[in-house]
Design a protein around this ligand. Structure first.
Ligand code: GSH
Length: 283
């Protein structure tokens, strides 16, 4: 049986009180208007959802998924996300029927559609900005995430160093950063779209914050570096980034090469190398 860690994030402790596992397990969602349950891990895709949930101020439960135990491939999880990856989310629709969502972009869209009627973090359907947010969200989902993910793989995790692979994906990550840099340099608000934080920014933040892990510097992208800090200064982002465990990539910059190699080796040996095995419902 998988090990579930439930906690109610309005009770999320300050960073000093880790580990969360020690916190009391409280299911208060049934008493609220939402029944949001997030299944996640500490990764750039995983924190997208908790960043948004905290910015929305929405109560939610969290189950931390352990990659080293391969929980994301267990049959109960595949019922929620047939793709066997985090993040995934369950909720109840307005009529009380259950719904499961997967793919971080789809989850972000669902949450603002459903829980941001005042458009604090979104724009009305049909507006120009609504479609601009979609463009940046799809750009993140199809470009920034997958390409930087491959840069991580070849630069940090691959058992053999293949310079072509490292260069190819680091260069593409740099190119994508330059696209964001230009957009942000033209922005009056400092956000990607219009005058407010949206799921366009939220979907990109965890990736850009983790630039160093991919071996890509922000030195040539001053607007991007300022945007990372601008979002970091928001209480919702600060809280959401530490779900389901401490967000460490910003401090990882200070890691010596040997320490980084040790972390990468641990991940490689515990889950990275089996992450692209075919999904099966057999245990
Ligand atoms: N496109 C997916 C990507 C999800 C994804 O690749 N998740 C990774 C962590 S960032 C994962 O669950 N890896 C575990 C595995 O591959 O087994 C999304 O945005 O939700």
């Amino acid at each position: 049986m998988h090990r579930r860690l439930h906690f109610f994030t309005s009770r999320l402790a300050k960073r000093s009180s880790y580990p969360f596992q020690a916190r009391s397990i409280v299911n208060m969602a049934a008493r609220t208007k939402s029944d949001v349950h997030l299944y996640t891990a500490q990764t750039p895709n995983g924190i997208k959802v908790s960043l948004l949930l905290e910015e929305l101020g929405l109560p939610y439960k969290v189950t931390a998924i352990s990659f080293s135990k391969n929980e994301q491939k267990e049959p109960w999880f595949l019922e929620i996300n047939p793709n066997g990856r985090i993040p995934a989310l369950t909720d109840k629709l307005a009529d009380g029927s259950p719904i499961s969502l997967f793919e971080s972009g789809s989850i972000l869209q669902y949450l603002v559609d459903r829980y941001d009627p005042e458009h604090k973090l979104s724009y009305p359907h049909g507006s120009r900005e609504y479609y601009d947010v979609n463009s940046w969200l799809f750009w993140q989902m199809g470009g920034l995430g997958p390409m930087q993910g491959q840069a991580n793989h070849f630069f940090r995790y691959a058992p053999e160093k293949i310079p072509y692979g490292v260069n190819r994906y680091q260069n593409e990550t740099r190119r994508l950063y330059s696209v964001m840099e230009i957009q942000l340099s033209k922005s009056q608000s400092g956000f990607l779209v219009g005058d407010r934080l949206t799921i366009a920014d939220i979907s990109c933040w965890g990736w850009v914050a983790a630039h160093d892990w991919a071996g890509v510097s922000l030195d040539e992208f001053p607007h991007l570096a300022a945007w990372v800090e601008k979002l970091l200064a928001r209480p919702g982002i600060e809280k959401g980034r530490h779900v389901p465990s401490e967000h460490t990539v910003l401090s990882r910059k200070k890691l010596a090469d040997e320490e980084a190699d040790k972390l990468a080796k641990e991940a490689r040996e515990s889950w990275i190398m089996r992450s692209n095995e075919p999904v099966t419902t057999q245990k």
